[in-house]
Design a protein around this ligand. Structure first.
Ligand code: ADP
Ligand code: MG
Length: 256
């Protein structure tokens, strides 16, 4: 009952796009994730924040199979993540990921960076992949950079290329891991604007970021992590005005 009205309020479908149930992850004897559960509905935008080392990157890397969780269950777009190659392929074809470091191929032009995946993995013809690449470069507002190399672009432009490259794979979900942390301040907004527009288009998103202005505008749900646990999960109005734990209040007081 509560869920139905919550979804109606946010104009979300009640279908879970991502289900994370009681996952744990250790590196040696260090517990990076402890019994973490999170459900993300179709079209929902989740913003994850928390101190450095709290497990944010590990969580989203587990969701697209870049890290292997030790325990618990992960389902992405109805595919159970089992770490067989077919399961990894299925999950990764539904998920786009954007990192703090843009990870573009330096020896390829912007357009070639965008068309590589569609031609190799999605088996598009080169002309179709070129058209798709140009459409997404328009969408991130840098079509004029198509034939340049990544090193000739600013950090903000490179990150927009990285977003466009993910979108060329036509994912159902986008994961962002601190996409603006490596950028000079004047370039942060051009990337956040592209992300806000993507959010407005109905994409299901998990964004790890400490850009709280963006979070207030875009998030349906805020998540606060600390020491490998989800300590708090709430709609932004409640999260920012009345954090339920001392740890979260203390964290917000440092970054707001
Ligand atoms: P966050 O993204 O919140 O800063 P991470 O998920 O990157 O945190 O890391 C959580 C903890 O797990 C950190 O203490 C980090 O040192 C540790 N960790 C992450 N990846 C590895 C790894 N591959 N090997 C060992 N420890 C790791
Ligand atoms: Mg991180």
């Amino acid at each position: 009952m509560v869920k139905t009205s919550f979804c109606a309020m946010l104009n979300l479908s009640a279908k879970a796009m991502i289900k994370v149930e009681n996952i744990s992850k250790t590196f040696g004897d260090f517990h990076a994730l402890k019994n973490v559960s999170l459900e993300v509905l179709t079209g929902e935008k989740v913003v994850v924040c928390g101190p450095s080392g709290s497990g944010k990157s590990t969580l989203i890397r587990c969701i697209n199979g870049l890290e292997r969780h030790d325990e618990g269950l992960i389902e992405v777009a109805d595919n159970r993540l089992t770490h067989t190659s077919s399961s990894l392929r299925a999950v990764r074809s539904s998920v786009g990921m954007v990192f703090q470091q843009f990870n573009l191929f330096p020896h390829l032009t912007v357009k070639q960076n965008l068309t590589l995946g569609p031609v190799r993995t999605r088996k598009l013809s080169q002309p179709d992949a070129d058209k798709l690449a140009m459409a997404y470069l328009e969408r991130v507002r840098i079509p004029e950079q198509a034939d340049k190399f990544p090193r000739q672009l600013s950090g903000g432009q490179q990150q927009r290329v990285a977003i466009a490259r993910s979108l060329c794979m036509e994912p159902q979900i986008m994961l962002f891991d601190e996409p603006t942390s490596a950028l000079d301040p004047e370039m942060i907004n051009e990337v956040l604007d592209v992300m806000s527009e993507l959010a407005g288009s109905g994409m299901t998103m998990i964004c790890v970021t400490h850009e709280m202005g963006f979070a207030k505008r875009v998030a349906d749900t805020m998540v606060f992590m600390d020491h490998g646990e989800i300590v708090e999960k709430a709609p932004p109005e409640q999260f920012f005005s009345n954090p339920g734990t001392e740890r979260c209040r203390d964290f917000l007081s440092k970054i707001l």
